[in-house]
Design a protein around this ligand. Structure first.
Ligand SMILES: NC(=O)c1ccc[n+]([C@@H]2O[C@H](COP(=O)([O-])OP(=O)(O)OC[C@H]3O[C@@H](n4cnc5c(N)ncnc54)[C@H](OP(=O)(O)O)[C@@H]3O)[C@@H](O)[C@H]2O)c1
Length: 303
């Protein structure tokens, strides 16, 4: 009997430590963990009084699943970013959706599962825009747990025909933009940890005729991702890159599909939701950092 009481008390102490540790994240998170622990405890009680045998590791595993964080998705209004926002919201995270078009960002935020999502306007290629966005986020939403950089443009053309202003737009949006947003988010993540996923491209890994500048921006993002992963690993921040192939979004709407599909081993374009799955996997994987994950239907295997 004494042993039974001692085990119950020990279990309670572990629960309180766990709740205290995770309260370092957000209020929502603490609330979720608390609710989940309560539910889990009730479940344990139901199973013939086996509560004292519930290990803290089983609590920890369960708690990790329901962890709710503030997720910031640049380029979240359409395409891949929108699919990422939808998946994050379905997982119980609060999402801030950003794009240049404020109405589109707000419309996406309002359409997400759950409450308290926010839509903001931000042009990632403009430093002061990014700075202002993070000021608003920290004032109104709190600490950033996840950052996804899905804002991107293409201005495909053979190099000899590329205009300088197009080159600058692509580099400023795809490469500098993500660098600026990472810097903005890090200020918030340094004390509590976090995870970042940048969206690169298979073209950044393999190259493609007619996409010299675009592929340079994406290859640059890969180098940046690996370097930043090393720089912030001791702060418990993971930085990874998802490199999609052909995905069915506005960006690829004008492409000659039949010719492109012939080059894809899986024989079809990917869906934004399929990229979002990979993004979520990396955000939620605490022991993966500095990785490039290709989500391309095997395109990188084709010559
Ligand atoms: N689709 C593909 O096949 C494919 C393949 C490989 C990689 N990618 C990469 O995946 C990412 C998402 O592409 P997607 O296909 O989803 O494109 P998309 O449907 O055209 O969506 C692009 C998103 O980025 C936002 N955006 C563009 N420029 C921005 C800027 N300067 N500041 C803030 N937001 C900006 C857009 O909103 P606003 O226009 O309102 O700003 C929109 O929300 C891009 O980085 C792209 O390079 C796509």
């Amino acid at each position: 009997m004494h042993l039974y009481i001692a085990l119950i008390s020990l279990n309670k102490v572990f629960e309180l430590i766990l709740i205290y540790r995770y309260s370092l994240y957000t209020d929502i998170y603490t609330h979720s963990v608390w609710l989940h622990l309560s539910a889990h405890r009730a479940q344990c009680n139901q199973h013939g009084g086996t509560r004292s045998f519930c290990t803290t590791s089983s609590h920890l595993a369960t708690a990790t699943i329901v962890m709710s964080r503030l997720a910031v998705v640049f380029g979240g209004s359409r395409g891949i970013g929108r699919a990422v926002s939808q998946l994050l919201a379905q997982r119980g995270h609060r999402v801030v959706v950003l794009s240049r078009n404020k109405e589109a960002a707000q419309a996406t935020a309002e359409s997400l599962h759950g409450e308290k999502h926010l839509g903001l306007s931000c042009d990632v290629s403009k430093e002061e825009n990014v700075q202002k966005a993070f000021e608003t986020i920290s004032k109104t939403c709190g600490t950033v747990g996840y950052l996804v950089n899905a804002a991107g443009i293409n201005r495909d053309a053979l190099l000899l025909r590329s205009k300088s202003e197009d080159m600058l737009s692509v580099l400023h949006t795809n490469l500098l933009g993500s660098i600026l947003t990472c810097r903005g988010a890090l200020r918030s993540m340094l004390s509590h940890g976090g995870a970042i996923v940048n969206i690169g491209s298979v073209v950044g890994v393999k190259g493609n005729s007619g996409q010299c500048v675009y592929s340079a921006s994406k290859a640059g993002l890969e180098g940046f991702t690996c370097s930043l992963a090393k720089e912030v690993a001791t702060r418990n921040i993971q930085v990874n890159l998802v490199a999609p192939g052909f995905i069915r979004t506005d960006m690829t709407a004008g492409l000659e599909k039949e010719e492109a599909v012939r080059r894809i081993p899986l024989g079809r374009f990917g869906e934004p939701a399929e990229v979002a799955q990979a993004v979520l996997f990396l955000l939620e994987s605490p022991y993966i950092t500095g990785q490039v994950l290709l989500v391309d239907g095997g395109l990188q295997l084709a010559s």
